[in-house]
Design a protein around this ligand. Sequence first.
Ligand SMILES: Cc1cc2nc3c(=O)[nH]c(=O)nc-3n(C[C@H](O)[C@H](O)[C@H](O)COP(=O)(O)OP(=O)(O)OC[C@H]3O[C@@H](n4cnc5c(N)ncnc54)[C@H](O)[C@@H]3O)c2cc1C
Length: 452
Amino acid sequence: MDKKEITEEAIRVSDVSQHIALLIIGSGAAGMSAAVAARRAAERSGKDCSITLLERNARPGTKIRISGGGKCNVTHRGTPAELLDKGYLRPNEKRFLKAAFYSFTNTDLLDLLRSRGVETEEMSDGKVFPLSGDASSIVVAFEELLRESSVRQLFSCRIRSVEPQGKKFLVTTAGASFTADVVIVATGGVSWSRTGTTGDGLAIARALGHSIKDVSAALAPLYTVKPPPALLPGVALRSVALVATAGGRSVERRGDLLFTHRGFSGPAALSLSRDIGELFTLFGSVSLFVDLFPEQSVPELEEQLLLHARKNGAQMVRKFLQSCPIAPCRGAFALAAHGTIPSALLPFIMRQATLENDVTWSGLVREKRQSLLAVLKRFPLGNVREVPLDQGEVTAGGVTLAEVNPKTMQSRIVPKLFLCGELLDYAGEIGGFNLHAAFSTGWLAGTHAIDS
Ligand SMILES: Cc1cc2nc3c(=O)[nH]c(=O)nc-3n(C[C@H](O)[C@H](O)[C@H](O)COP(=O)(O)OP(=O)(O)OC[C@H]3O[C@@H](n4cnc5c(N)ncnc54)[C@H](O)[C@@H]3O)c2cc1C
């Protein structure tokens, strides 16, 4: 920490009384939500308690502001059960988040935002964004809610440690220390560390006796050993299946895939990145393939190609592929196509299948047809070099879920310690599920912290 930061911190911390009833660390989605919920719970039970929210950055909600490309996909349409099903692929995470998603639903969140003048709109795919298209409107709404809830906010204040001291906690920053009856840790994950998420909360939780599941990237781009050829970065494949294999295991995700300068991104790559990262850690090498026709099995696709070949013997295979819809909703050759094989990819498909550029259907011998089929169903994309942790939109791993009560977010190890948000060992899919989890686990923590 540099001198300037120490000075700023000392000045601000000196304003705070040395004892706080509820201290919340981290002013992101989970921390802000916890603070508002705590005040409401305190009012309901007639308690007059001091609530302080500490943030190491100079302002709240840094990650919310950059979420969804600055537009903030704040939650998702549907019932809590639908959100859990769509947003969380791992059963233990689904189970853990259930109480939080039912206690503070997307409707609760949207009502809260609307009460501060933030209208939202639902996209056809279920994602919900602020109507203004501006992520900072969500932060402004929470800032108002915090002011209204008499939550004391302290910025440029980085917590170094939390230690139990009798029935209280001793909380230390670089410049000061104070005590608190109840502490909520909402310090987020470890990716996008420039937003303030460097894993301090994990170190704090570990020092307090919690076990931490190793962190890894989720919703991250994939970097390959050999970057895609110069013509491909920027090319998108629609509704394909990305397949990753290592050590005899195989994982797959459907969706759009984007070639980048370093490897791959787009929904299919982001969604599969967590599994790929785990395979990479286990086996040290992961191979990537794309199935350009995920709706058809190899025999089905072969049958369709044969049918087409019989009727269009004079057509060049290359021309066919160029106009051929890939992965459409009603079969490979339906008119309502989702997309075509991009022209930039064609030479690579032809080369990989060892086809002459001008080969026609009637000139395509069986062996070459098999080779084309194999390439269309399993086009090699190279080997993974890295799933960069800092580039992950979320962090997988974190405080072990079994050590936190999912109905309250209270630690099962340290009484009166609550943990919420991305700090915990869950990671959702793209679609507003991660912010929703942060808001709802934060809400649950704040509500129960008051009664603890
Ligand atoms: C580029 C990007 C885009 C994203 N887009 C979306 C999206 O559109 N929809 C979606 O659902 N999710 C999105 N996410 C994920 C989502 O933003 C996070 O999952 C969510 O913000 C996590 O909330 P949190 O409160 O747990 O943690 P954070 O929002 O990370 O908040 C933690 C806070 O704690 C503070 N802190 C850390 N250590 C200390 C300390 N020692 N002392 C004091 N303060 C500390 C940090 O500075 C930070 O402000 C995106 C993430 C990224 C990086």
